[in-house]
Design a protein around this ligand. Sequence first.
Ligand SMILES: Nc1ncnc2c1ncn2[C@@H]1O[C@H](COP(=O)(O)OP(=O)(O)OP(=O)(O)O)[C@@H](O)[C@H]1O
Ligand SMILES: [Mg+2]
Length: 451
Amino acid sequence: MKKNNQHLLVVEDDKGLQSQLRWAFDDFEVAITGDRVEAINSLRRIPPGVVLLDLGLPPDPGGVTEGLATLSEILALAPETKVIIVTGDNDRANAVKAIALGAYDFHQKPADPELLALLVKRAYHVYELERENQRLHQSDENMPLRGIITASPQMLKVCRTIEKIAPSNITTLLLGASGTGKERCAQALHELSPRAEKSLVAINCAAIPENLLESELFGYEKGAFTGAVKQTPGKIEYAHEGTLFLDEVGDLPMELQAKLLRFLQERVVERIGGRKEIPVDVRILCATHQNLQDLISKGLFREDLYYRISEIVLEIPPLKDREGDVLVLAKSFLNQMAMEYNNPGLKFSIEAIVAMEAYDWPGNVRELESRIKRGIIMAEGQQITEEDLELTSAPAEPMPLNLKEVREEAERRAVIRAMSHYNQSITDAANALGITRPTLYNLLERLGIKS
Ligand SMILES: Nc1ncnc2c1ncn2[C@@H]1O[C@H](COP(=O)(O)OP(=O)(O)OP(=O)(O)O)[C@@H](O)[C@H]1O
Ligand SMILES: [Mg+2]
């Protein structure tokens, strides 16, 4: 079966050999050309990974000048191309010359299609490896920590902090809106820490029903409750010598907050139904998208626990506040995913780029990732448009019911603004609006505005 996008360009003026070669390469899309101009045109249209190049081309089929000139032109345009030279029999000298000019390999006539097929396959493999390598290097450039793609000063600062705190055992709280990459950062922190060889045990406090969360965290002894058929250690114990990541810690029920606090102070766990205190050595990372100060003031989060888990607070900024990151991330996701979907030539249209930069990204990196995935699937040509990303600007407001409605809305806004500007003083607001106090009273009543 033909793999998509494996392109081979054959440059050969001998018609007989042309038709022999046309069918010799099962895995490839083969383009056959007979001279330099045709070859270069074809290469510009569809860049091949490998070129099979006959050195004796018209107008100099007996010599090698035209063949060598074609070789140089190909390599100047697409240096990554692997060119395999096909030379006349007993023409080693010119083959060597071609290699010196940058050809990848050579084959002496009479051409052996089977052997050529093997050479082409091997050359293509090298071509792919080099390209993959280049791709990895490119992404390295914008990957200050493993898995974290960014070029913005805001995130680079976060990355620097992660590097600084990774070697210590300091309990770290990651704050940030949904999809900003809190879990990614926790992972990077763990991988940079001396505990990297041990596991990072994650538990999502919001995803586990309250009645199960305690046994998940602390484990239980056999017979501790109905269904406790065998002794089971909890996640905290599993994380021994590694890192425990408490995701959505803001959703931890009050009762368990007390238990967690006790663990953070004593560093021992007691399984449910057990009497033994088991010492556990873990580094704790917590994350939440909630405002913990708010939860504290509402009595939903313990202040003492907050101080324990927030020895260092890492705030992950929302995507819209990271200068340049939308495009850096978008291109990186496109590179990764376009490969997966077998469409490596895919690009963003200019309008798509403008739309991505203008958009607010309320769902942050996660939203960007999924819009790009969608865009790759929906794209029809070689470009992803803003429609493919569903980033066309919001439809215009619906037509108002009538002029009266428009007028009332405008009045309401003006009155509310004046009242709040003048601290609810009727006299000042009426003056500012150029109406009398009774008129303002009437307006307030008619528009249903409470001062
Ligand atoms: N800087 C980044 N580079 C590459 N991928 C990222 C980056 N930040 C986030 N991602 C990707 O975006 C998605 C969301 O990231 P993550 O799960 O870490 O966010 P989160 O802040 O934990 O979100 P939530 O609050 O919803 O749990 C993941 O698929 C992650 O791989
Ligand atoms: Mg998360």
